[in-house]
Design a protein around this ligand. Sequence first.
Ligand code: B16
Ligand code: MG
Length: 216
Amino acid sequence: ALSACLFDLDGVLVDTAKYHFLAWKQLANSLGFDFSQAQNEELKGISRVESLRKILAWGGLDLPQSRQEELAQLKNGWYVEMISNMDETELLPGSLSLLESLRAHHIGIALGSASKNAKLILARTGISSYFDVIVDGNMVSKSKPDPEVFIRGAALLQVPASGCIVFEDASAGIEAAQRAHMKTIGIGQSTDLPAADMVVPDLSKIDLDTLQRLCC
Ligand code: B16
Ligand code: MG
């Protein structure tokens, strides 16, 4: 039976990918090369340091660790400035009503995000109070597709993996959830997320009946 829903943040509840893109592009440009939307797609769900490593490789740069840390911090400073202006209008369609309906039916709600800025984003968009448990990039040592983030979420909620549904927009996240033995709902297009149990364009297409059927 359905016990809990575990949500990825960026690309599922809110659209922060556009801000990541702008900040990474600014960084790439400052280093003398460009960065495309298509490249940004490949960074979905991937941690900050891993994203930087990929971007530097695309730009043909091999920099020492200390410089990489500076650059990651620089990008994050720009990114935090952008997301500090977010508000509830930036919640993706269906986010709020699904959270409300889960809460009304006493289904556990957890966040399972790779972002170290997750708490700020939840606060800015006004949805912090819906979460029984928050697992973010500050709490896990292994990033998606490792299942750690979702296993931690279920453990903190004290529910079995078999009663959990994970919402994810990134294939690395779908893989992480499946390795945690949880059901998966992809947000986006089925061609991009072929491994998910079901795929919907956004959370407005999800109701409690669908979730309960997926978990039985
Ligand atoms: P930060 P999610 C991920 O969040 C993003 O999809 C990914 O693009 C980003 O690099 C990562 O968080 C780390 O974010 O720099 O804020 O720590 O999709 O797992 O909610
Ligand atoms: Mg995501």
